[in-house]
Design a protein around this ligand. Structure first.
Ligand SMILES: [Zn+2]
Length: 187
């Protein structure tokens, strides 16, 4: 699928919820991108998974690594399309580990899959996990990039959609200043 229709598809199906959210990066934001709306639709997930797989097929990844949650559903679909294995990481940012009995073998070629990128720290954490196991990250697929700075990971990155949504470091958050209660999100 062409890049533009794919971006529209993501925009159309990923609603942006309003509130006061704590992101896994520690940032606060008035906007939460609800990927759950995409991954609960198997047909849509397959379409998006196929498009991501096509962009990375030449790299011949042997494994697709995603964080448990909505990302993992999409990661599984991409792995299926690539004939690769699907592996998962879990835990809070900074202390994330591969799920027990899911392994990266030495020399294995791994595609990182991220649902939503805010700071890139989560993607960098996954890359460190792969490197620590002796694997090789061949690229990163990003469904929604909502970071305010260009993402630099040192590997090829394919982004499906860019969303311009504010996020704040906690001490500078205007919603905190306004006394609005904070809602934890899984993003
Ligand atoms: Zn806040």
């Amino acid at each position: 699928m062409e890049a533009a229709p794919l971006e529209s598809l993501v925009r159309e199906h990923a609603p942006v919820r309003r509130g006061h959210f704590l992101l896994s990066s520690g940032m606060h934001t008035p906007y939460y991108v609800e990927l759950e709306a995409i991954v609960q639709d198997p047909g849509l997930t397959a379409t998006i998974g196929r498009a991501i797989a096509e962009r990375f097929r030449e790299q011949q990844p042997q494994a697709v690594l995603a964080v448990l949650g909505p990302d993992a559903i999409l990661g599984y679909e991409v792995a299926s399309q690539l004939g690769a294995k699907a592996i998962f990481a879990d835990g809070p940012l900074g202390r994330r580990t591969l799920r027990p009995r899911f392994q990266v073998k030495p020399g294995e070629r791994v595609l990182i899959l991220m649902g939503v990128i805010v700071t890139g720290d989560s993607a960098r954490g996954l890359m460190r996990l792969v490197a620590a196991a002796g694997g090789q990250v061949t690229g990163a697929a990003v469904l929604v990039d909502r970071s305010s700075v260009p993402l630099q990971l040192g590997v090829p990155v394919e982004t499906l959609a860019v969303f311009d949504l504010e996020a704040y470091h906690a001490p500078l958050c205007p919603l905190c200043s306004a006394g609005q209660p904070l809602e934890r999100s899984m993003e």
